[in-house]
Design a protein around this ligand. Sequence first.
Ligand code: ISC
Ligand code: MG
Length: 463
Amino acid sequence: MNSQPYSSTSNSMDTRYSAYRFYTETIEISPLSALAFFEAGGKGHNGKRMFWQNREKTFTFVGLGHAHVLSASDYYGRFEDIKQQWQSLCQQIVNEEPEVQPILFGGFSFDPLNDYESEWIHFPDAYFVVPSFQLTLKEDRAYVSIHLISTKQDTFGEFEALRKERDQLIHAAQVSELASYEKPLVIERQEIKKQQYMESIKKVTEVIKAEQAEKVVIARAMKLTFEQHLPSSSALYQVSKEQPESFLFGLEAEDQFFFGATPERLVKVEDQQALSTCLAGSIPRGKTVEQDTELGNELLNDPKNRSEHQYVVNMISQVFAEHCASMYIPKQPKLMKIRDIQHLYTPVEGKLTDGSTLFDLVKDLHPTPALGGEPKEEALSLIRQYETMNRGYYAAPVGWIDANGNGEFAVAIRSALLNEQDAFLFAGGGIVADSTPESEYAETWVKFRPMLRALGGQLSDES
Ligand SMILES: C=C(O[C@H]1C=CC=C(C(=O)O)[C@@H]1O)C(=O)O
Ligand SMILES: [Mg+2]
């Protein structure tokens, strides 16, 4: 990629892609399994695959291969930088396809200023990809697009080769049986720095009582070691089976795979209509309907959880007020019930003003107080000081945007980083003045459960 200096404050047109041409071609095919397509890409595109499915299951995307990778070197301007690069790249699209737009998929790290040693070696602070092959499942229709981004004049041969490979991938995904995925065998489960985590909750609670911050989200990690290397497609299969009611996402970076099943939308934009989710405040599911309702009511009426939630509502409302001509936000939270946990939930919607875009919202929303805290900068600095890990992409924005500026980002919680035979799982919770280390620790266990269930790290007495 061209490495000209870039000023994020400049309004002038980004010229980095003026020498490129962005060729794209889409065909409609009979519906096929997205996972089978992902798996078919494993032969030629291992380490360069992407997966996304929205909560409603009305939109699924699989990306194979790297037609182009966008990264951003400027810590502070990374959102703006990726936004401008994408806009400029889209101006080079040679032939518009009305049915399906090219998709840019990827994510940002949670906090580029965290310099804790990290296992996230292949995940830079911004990592966005235009795939060579894009499978799009919308409602019940399926499309495969080829993308080629090149400075060469003659791309005929290259494009022909991509068409041939596309047909092979479709064929393989349609006719070959999905591999039979056994649950991986976990040989070791390790809670990383549990004691330090407990102490950090105590300290952060004191800091909050001393009024240096109002809310701070503190997380911890768990490491699972498998008997064998766990392939990305197997991990995705397990998580899609166990957590059907969540956003499913997966992003490969060489031999690492970040994936998860998150209930939390950061923001969606479709035709200037923006949607976000306030999700904070948690309680387990009950074993019976009665107990479940009782727990739900307890959550709705619990002052500690309501205050955790309200910080998020206030912040997201403020960001929406800055970017929207009109907005709607219910006065009271509802319950979001997912397999292992119930949350306080307030949806937010608004009509974007002309100048505001999806990346602008991602930039201003990240991190909401559901993952960072309040006030934002104080909370981030307390996380750097007290949290005993580097979050990498955990709790950060992961998602997609198309050439029209429509797209969706989720908050990458209930997630894990797969690194050959190891998986690192992450879970945190909102610390407010009346948090206790014991109850926050217990809450993280409930949040680890989706991944433990999928990856088989759950001990039998915990189910
Ligand atoms: C930080 C996490 O959850 C957030 C989202 C929903 C509820 C939360 C809570 O009740 O603490 C957290 O703010 C996580 O799952 O790791
Ligand atoms: Mg909580």
